[in-house]
Design a protein around this ligand. Structure first.
Ligand code: ADP
Length: 447
């Protein structure tokens, strides 16, 4: 087992990883920018190293500084969390070259899934169903026309290097194709320094359903069921649940087994998420994330398995602690992402939290790095915490969520808590009847 893990992240996920390390008796190193000197994970870590100024580029994305922090502190492994360097193949390679373990998959697998065209062809070869689309990149206006005719309108143009929904444009007919195509390329070039795009059939009313997988890197792999992340705003997940209200046990086990089998064939190592759109009973692969996801706690709630423990075990070569038949799904879990944003305008709201009271009680979990008196810096994303609620049934889970939301107090800044108060009272949400467009329509039509 590792003796010291450096956590190359900030906020709630840094604290989440720190907690797992403590439970496993592993010493921790926090790294932080000057803006995060008084963050909770820095206070709780055994050691901390300041790695640069507030800008992420000069701190949390600064590979050189993070490797130096490992060397100074003698850390033998790095947990990257999500975002920042978690899907950076070069970072994984540089760590390995320094004899430091990257807690995640091989750099080869990160690279393969980071390029969305390669990811899609790989998935298809491994027996995973994919969205119909272009065979590879779409490189010219003519190419775009031909491909769109073949696929059939509406089509979606997506960035090969995409992420966070950027560089994604819809064309409903041939009249808006060229503009959408050129805009997508322009956005992709600006956001990722790579203007390569591909094309997919646009699915009208799908749900976003993703399967949690875990591999030991030696050819064994399991799935931990799915999460339904259909409630999105601007392609960003807002509310997630497990299991999906749309699937039955047979469908769950079938898609789960397809994904686990693909991971066995790949000899995938560590945690991964295979993302699908789901429409009319069919699954369509869109991408794979080769890291821990923000919404992983709902899977933990219904399986009782600590995914970060498991990541650390696998990275240390100790293998998976469970086999597929040990994994059972119990009850229902929902996660609400609480952002420091106005719940109506979604304008970021950094500043000082003057009063903070987190809900508690049976089946309630808060993953958050904030506290009363904490000043949210304006430099990073606005997620300040996650409320995760578990119940024996979906109905019990919703009742518990309502009660937990009523207890939650965050003063001094705006948060998205009122949005969840509204959602919990909505009939479609109560019925589990929503697709990936539901939330945007709801927000547009709200009085
Ligand atoms: P990114 O990596 O930029 O987040 P994804 O491929 O994961 O891109 O897609 C993000 C979201 O965009 C999906 O959750 C879904 O809401 C929407 N989307 C992606 N592909 C399609 C498609 N073919 N049809 C309809 N919606 C799509």
């Amino acid at each position: 087992m590792f003796s010291k893990i450096l956590i190359a992240n900030r906020g709630e996920i840094a604290l989440r990883v720190l907690r797992a390390c403590k439970e496993l008796g592993i010493a921790t190193v926090a790294v932080h920018s000057t803006a995060d000197a008084d963050a909770m994970h820095v206070r709780l870590a055994d050691e901390s190293v300041c790695i640069g100024p507030p800008s992420s580029r000069e701190s949390y994305l600064n590979i050189h500084q993070i490797v130096a922090a490992c060397e100074i502190t003698g850390a033998d492994a790095v947990h990257p969390g999500y975002g920042f360097l978690s899907e950076n193949a070069k970072f994984a390679e540089i760590l390995e070259a320094h004899g430091i373990t990257f807690i995640g998959p091989t750099s080869e697998h990160i690279r393969m899934m980071g390029d969305k065209i390669t990811a899609k062809t790989t998935a298809e070869d491994l027996g995973i169903p994919v969205v119909p689309g272009s065979a590879g990149s779409v490189d010219t206006d003519d190419d775009a026309f031909r491909t769109a005719e073949e696929i059939g309108y509406p089509v979606l143009i997506k960035a090969t290097a995409g992420g966070g929904g950027r560089g994604m444009k819809l064309a409903r007919s041939k009249d808006d194709l060229i503009e959408a195509y050129r805009t997508a390329r322009g956005e992709a070039g600006a956001a990722f320094g790579n203007d390569s795009v591909y094309m997919e059939k646009y699915l009208d009313k799908p749900r976003h359903i993703e399967v949690q997988v875990f591999g030991d890197g030696e050819g064994d792999a399991v799935h931990l069921g799915e999460r339904d992340c259909s409630l999105q705003r601007r392609h960003q997940k807002v509310w997630e649940e497990a299991n999906s209200p749309a699937l039955n046990v047979e469908q769950r086990m079938k898609i789960g087994e397809i994904c686990a089998d693909a991971m066995r064939k790949m000899k995938y190592r560590g945690a991964g998420t295979v993302e699908f759109l789901y429409e009319n009973g069919e699954f369509y692969f869109i991408e794979m994330n080769t890291r821990l996801q923000v919404e992983h706690p709902i899977t933990e709630a219904i399986t009782g398995i600590d995914l970060v423990h498991e990541q650390i075990r696998v990275a240390a070569g100790a293998g998976l602690s469970v086999t597929q038949k040990d994994i059972t799904f119990s009850g229902h879990a929902i996660e609400c992402r609480i952002n420091a944003e106005n719940a109506a305008t979604f304008r970021p709201s950094p500043g000082t939290i003057t009063h903070f009271h987190a809900p508690g009680g049976l089946g309630v979990r808060i993953d958050s790095g904030v506290y009363q008196g904490y000043k949210i810096p304006p430099y990073y994303d606005s997620l300040i915490g996650k409320l995760i609620v578990h119940g024996r049934t979906r109905v019990e889970c919703m009742m518990r969520l309502k009660r937990a939301l009523d207890e939650f107090v965050v003063d001094g800044i705006d948060t998205t808590l009122p949005l969840f108060q509204d959602l919990i009272a909505n009939q479609d949400i109560a019925n589990g009847d929503y697709d990936i467009h539901w939330l945007e329509h709801y927000l547009e039509n709200k009085p």
